[in-house]
Ligand binder design. Structure first.
Ligand code: ADP
Length: 491
């Protein structure tokens, strides 16, 4: 059978309730909400709608597990073993999990299976290996004392995640938290609760004790806000919009919780005239269109040096027009629908603004099909810095191409945004590449590549793109407190 004819069967939905203290429970209010298949606009199923009462129960379970449950007494190496076991269970049902992700989120099955899931496994295993390697240091101080530091778990971590990479965000959050010895209350995004709930069951089957991981599906202003405000929570790790992070910061101020944020972006992707243009175009294409453009680090401002602008635009518009949009469950699909009606409407309004403000649409520019939240891969040429599509995060398959011919001016324009998540440059000039890497105010810089992620490499934003870092050692430390112990050596 040709690969194009192969379609993945719909996965079984096994879990739709709150997961608290190792048990599945309906929400205390009895309320539910619907989760929708974005490719068909049909309801997949009803999911328990948790609110402050469910969050309270979950936090109590997490608090108990942290303070007096088996987790608090477990050897770090055994904690690591359970995490490795969780990764093994995920790997055993990798196809089904990828299908579940694709169903709820709309991303192509192929991308979930061969992109997201391998990163999920890597992240969990990377941090599983870290569990028994977390330690402080000894510090020589003045006088007859012995001083050392300990790295201890921060406590109960409240984790609020978005819908664009549902399972990967679970791994980024659970991995370091579990390795550090924290317990967890997670609120998945209301658009995509299903894969997170399945992972909670696998965590139970892996032997992670009751109360260590709790999942409460529900909405942001109710379940999310109660988690942020709950006095039993020590830290909030949040991924989402900067406007939500501002609310969370205010809500968390009462109890002065530790906060880490991974937020939006308007990342510059610079194509120099000396670059390998085919590679640069392919990199810009992936850097923007990956995951339907729903990436916080999307290279949405593509700055092209004037000399090669026409050639670049010709390549990129061809790539965009050839992108295979359609049923996410078909193995040859490259782009699925946007996650929901609200995102679809927002993206279409930016396409309208792009046209109205005078940019030139050279590919796409319209809805794809008549059912599901599909948007054609769209490229605007002739964009200038003051247009809405050059300033605001669109979070969809809409690329803005801008031109430059002066290096100093380019660096200034690349930094002319309140975001600072990622940046990239395509060039053969090593000096220029490193200079750009130094001068651009962004948490990640890619040179002659884009969207290269690894569990060991820290990720996060400058400016309003975030606070703190996830992944790597920095990501782990964000789930720890440092304690200084000083012992008198006087006899
Ligand atoms: P997006 O626009 O990508 O959905 P959001 O920042 O709105 O980004 O959502 C990301 C996550 O934050 C979701 O799980 C959402 O439910 C949650 N959220 C939204 N508002 C709040 C809030 N006031 N407090 C806590 N969490 C929230």
């Amino acid at each position: 059978m040709a690969i194009a004819e192969t379609t993945i069967a719909s996965p079984k939905i096994k879990h739709t309730e709150c997961f608290i203290d190792g048990r599945w429970r309906p929400s205390i209010s009895g309320k539910t909400f619907q989760t929708v298949n974005p490719a068909t606009e049909e309801v997949i199923c009803d999911v328990a709608e948790g609110d402050s009462a469910d969050i309270d129960a979950a936090v109590k379970a997490a608090r108990h597990a942290f303070e007096s449950g088996p987790w608090s007494k477990m050897d770090a190496r055994d904690r690591g073993k359970l995490m490795f076991r969780l990764a093994d269970l995920i790997e055993e049902e990798i196809d089904e999990l990828a299908a579940l992700e694709s169903l709820d989120n709309g991303k192509p099955f192929r991308e979930a299976r061969y992109g997201d899931l391998p990163l999920v496994l890597d992240c969990l295993r990377y941090y599983a290996g870290y569990a028994d390697k977390i330690h402080g240091s000894t510090i020589p101080i003045r006088g007859n004392f012995f001083t050392y530091t300990r790295r201890e778990a921060v406590g109960v971590a409240g984790q609020i995640i978005p819908w664009n990479f549902p399972m990967l965000m679970v791994a980024w959050k659970w991995g370091p938290a579990l390795a550090a010895g924290c317990t967890i209350v997670m609120k998945p995004a209301e658009q995509t609760p299903l894969s997170c709930l399945r992972l909670a069951q696998l965590a139970k089957e892996a032997g992670i004790p009751d109360g260590v991981i709790n999942v409460v599906p529900g909405y942001g202003p109710t379940a999310g806000a109660s988690l942020v405000k709950h006095p039993g929570v020590d830290k909030i790790a949040f991924t989402g919009e900067h406007r939500t992070a501002q609310i969370i910061m205010r809500d968390a101020s009462e109890s002065l919780k530790r906060l880490t944020f991974e937020l939006g972006g308007k990342s510059p992707n610079v194509v120099m005239a000396d670059a390998d243009l085919d590679k640069a175009a392919q990199g810009a294409y992936i850097g923007l269109f990956l995951n339907q453009g729903q990436c916080c680090c999307a290279g949405s401002r593509v700055f092209v040096e004037k000399k090669v602008h026409a050639e670049f635009v010709d390549k990129i518009q061809r790539l965009a027009k050839n992108r295979r949009v359609g049923n996410p469950m078909s193995l040859d699909t490259e782009q699925g629908p946007q996650v929901d009606q609200a995102q679809f409407d927002k993206i279409m309004s930016y396409i309208e603004k792009g046209n109205a403000e005078g940019a030139k649409c050279v590919a796409g520019g319209a809805r794809f099909g008549d059912r599901g939240y599909f948007v054609q891969p769209t490229v605007f040429d002739g964009v200038n810095d003051s247009m809405s599509i050059a300033k605001e995060e669109i979070f969809g398959p809409v690329m803005s191409v801008l031109t430059f011919d002066d290096w100093e001016d380019l660096v200034k324009r690349a930094n002319n945004t309140f975001y600072g998540l990622a940046a990239a440059i395509w060039t053969k000039n090593v000096g220029r590449a490193h200079e750009f890497a130094k001068r651009v105010r962004a948490g990640t810089v890619w040179v002659n590549c884009y969207d290269v992620f690894d569990a060991a490499a820290p990720f996060g934003g400058f400016k309003m793109s975030g606070q703190g870092r996830e992944l790597g050692e920095e990501g782990l430390k964000a789930y720890t407190e440092s304690k200084t112990v000083t012992v008198s050596l006087d006899s």
